[in-house]
Ligand binder design. Structure first.
Ligand SMILES: [Zn+2]
Ligand SMILES: [Zn+2]
Length: 571
């Protein structure tokens, strides 16, 4: 478990506090630069600090290094405490509301005494925001919508963040002699996009050492409970982790029970009852006799159905399919043969093209597409036609260099303009292998406008893939308004592939949309959209999400051989 996320939170809070206090803008900017830099760090910042090399990190000067060291020493930062006492605004809580930045925080504090989400919601409900300079009725409505998003995400963690913590704990406990079996259960095992807490289940006869190790694990902020069969901790990242120890004969029943979902389990229990059986976390019983419980397979089998992959356990037809033997054969990581959406330092990526290719090669890919941003995305240093043409030549050279076994594909993530046109001329697009078209601007367009804009882009004869189709950022920004059904139909007509963006914060399409797309016969591309080498690891989160959407290998174009894949995207 790295300390990076915690340090990022500290620096972010300091930047916000400086901004609402109207401090020298350069100071706040320095902290923001620190946030960006540590967010993309490929190593534990505590390890770097231990080597006394913090200032070697780009964007970390002496001042920031002091703050970071302070925090790593004892979890306290004197400078931060000082800033907090000066203004009582809950900046992190307010920052979680989409559409609320430091300028608004300062304004509503100065004029209305708003200090947190609750007081902001009250003020907006009473209509007090619309009279403030620069806000108005429309902004007030946006803020109310933002508050709803923030509330739905409160106490939630991105799957990727939680899962990395959970896996680190499991790896540590697995080494203990007393541990026979150990699994992550709950919503993490079902690979939900966000999770509330982590549940871990252990099969063991004696639990003393296991519990001792668990409550003493690195990164613990609080021990909430320490017992023989159950212990709970709160990590410094604020995530709660529950550990349960059960004996071998009920391990499968416990795994099934604690994996959920509630709806899935309710239906299973009702089914058991119909067969005059009783299902609970200890086993499946006929009268007093336990007839299954050692493993999950046994439970499902005894209930008359196939074992159901955890990602499907949402009571969305999976139980019926398991009874009929018609469950999908879900896509797996090993099916993935390439990644079709990635960036380099030519636009807003952090690594050079060579570094990205080296990292992709290590994944064993057969092909890899480099697709930097195009010109209208100026904040991402998007490429114009001249730079794109140069890039095309460069990739030809890289391919013939023989340094990479995989095929390097020429691509771009082309911006969809206001009227649905693409921001690169057709004659240049024609020279690319894969054109991904994406919305990065005017995300507040009306549903009709957005739908028409995207449909128009899909009509372009060179548009191969629609990138991150809903634009959402989990826990941060809702989907933009768009009629996906209409977009899907347009995509079918024009043979456009839908992207399932594997970034843990995006993961759009969601499972419901994936099932609709599949029913319409649309193909999906699972892409990392990596902006630096570490992000190539995100592929598995895309695969998890695809599995939640009942997606099979043949629904996904980057499971195909290079030749078939290129044929499949042809218009
Ligand atoms: Zn994009
Ligand atoms: Zn991208």
């Amino acid at each position: 478990m790295t300390k990076n996320a915690e340090v990022v939170r500290v620096l972010k809070e300091m930047a916000l506090l400086l901004q609402v206090q109207g401090a020298d803008p350069f100071k706040a900017q320095a902290y923001q630069r620190g946030v960006r830099s540590i967010t993309s760090l490929g190593e534990d910042i505590a390890a770097i600090a231990a080597r006394d090399e913090l200032t070697d990190i780009p964007g970390i000067g002496k001042g920031l290094a002091e703050v970071i060291k302070d925090y790593l020493d004892d979890g306290q930062v004197e400078k931060l405490n000082e800033l907090r006492t000066r203004v009582p605004i809950q900046v992190m809580e307010l920052d979680a509301i989409p559409g609320v930045g430091p300028r608004t925080m300062k304004l509503v504090y100065d004029k209305l005494g708003v200090t947190d989400l609750e007081s902001l919601e009250r003020a907006a409900d009473e209509g007090l925001l619309e009279d403030l300079p620069g806000l108005g009725k429309k902004t007030q409505e946006q803020i109310l919508r933002g508050i709803a998003v923030a509330k739905s995400g409160m106490g939630r963690t991105l799957l990727a963040d939680g899962l990395l913590d959970a896996e680190a704990i499991v790896t540590k406990l697995r080494k203990l002699e007393d541990v026979k079996r150990i699994d992550i259960t709950g919503s993490s095992r079902r690979r939900r996009e966000t999770i509330g807490d982590i549940d871990i289940l252990v099969d063991a006869e004696v639990s003393g050492t296991i519990m001792e190790t668990f409550v003493g694990i690195e990164g613990v902020a609080d021990v909430l409970a320490h017992g023989d069969t159950k212990s709970s901790i709160r990590l410094q990242s604020n995530l709660q982790v529950d550990l349960r120890v059960v004996t071998s004969d009920s391990y499968g029943a416990g795994l099934q029970y604690f994996t959920g979902s509630v709806d899935h389990n309710v239906k299973l229990r009702a089914l058991a009852q119909k067969k005059n059986l009783r299902l609970n976390e200890y086993g499946l019983f006929k009268g007093e006799k336990k007839i299954a419980g050692d493993d999950e397979e046994g439970i499902y089998k005894t209930l008359g159905m196939d074992w159901i992959p955890p990602e499907l356990r949402e009571d969305q037809g999976e139980i019926e399919a398991a009874q009929e033997g018609t469950l999908p054969k879900l896509i797996e990581m090993k099916d993935i043969r390439g990644d079709l959406h990635s960036h380099t330092d030519q636009s807003d990526g952090k690594n050079t093209i060579e570094e990205m290719l080296d990292a992709a090669q290590k994944k064993g890919y057969e092909y890899y597409c480099v697709s930097d941003h195009t010109q209208s995305l100026t904040i991402a240093n998007g490429m114009d036609e001249a730079r794109l043409l140069k890039r095309i030549d460069e990739i030809d050279d890289l391919n013939s260099s023989g340094r990479w076994k995989m095929k390097i594909l020429k691509g771009a993530e082309v911006d969809i303009l206001k009227n649905g046109e693409l921001d690169i001329k057709d004659e240049v697009l024609a020279q690319l292998d894969i054109v991904t078209v994406s919305i990065h601007s005017r995300m507040k367009d009306s549903k009709e406008m957005m739908t028409e804009r995207v449909c128009e882009a899909l009509r372009n004869r060179y548009a191969h893939i629609l990138g991150h189709p809903t634009g959402r950022l989990l826990l941060k920004r809702p989907e933009f308004e768009i009629d996906l059904q209409q977009v899907f139909e347009m995509a079918v007509e024009n043979n456009v592939i839908m992207e399932l963006n594997a970034h843990p914060q995006r993961l759009d399409l969601n499972p419901g949309n994936l099932r609709i797309a599949k029913r319409l016969g649309l193909k999906v591309a699972i892409n990392t959209d990596a902006h630096w080498t570490d992000e190539l690891d995100h592929m598995r989160f895309g695969v998890y999400q695809a599995r939640r959407g009942w997606i099979e290998r043949d629904d996904v174009i980057n499971t195909m051989s290079l030749k078939s894949m290129l044929k499949a995207i042809k218009k």
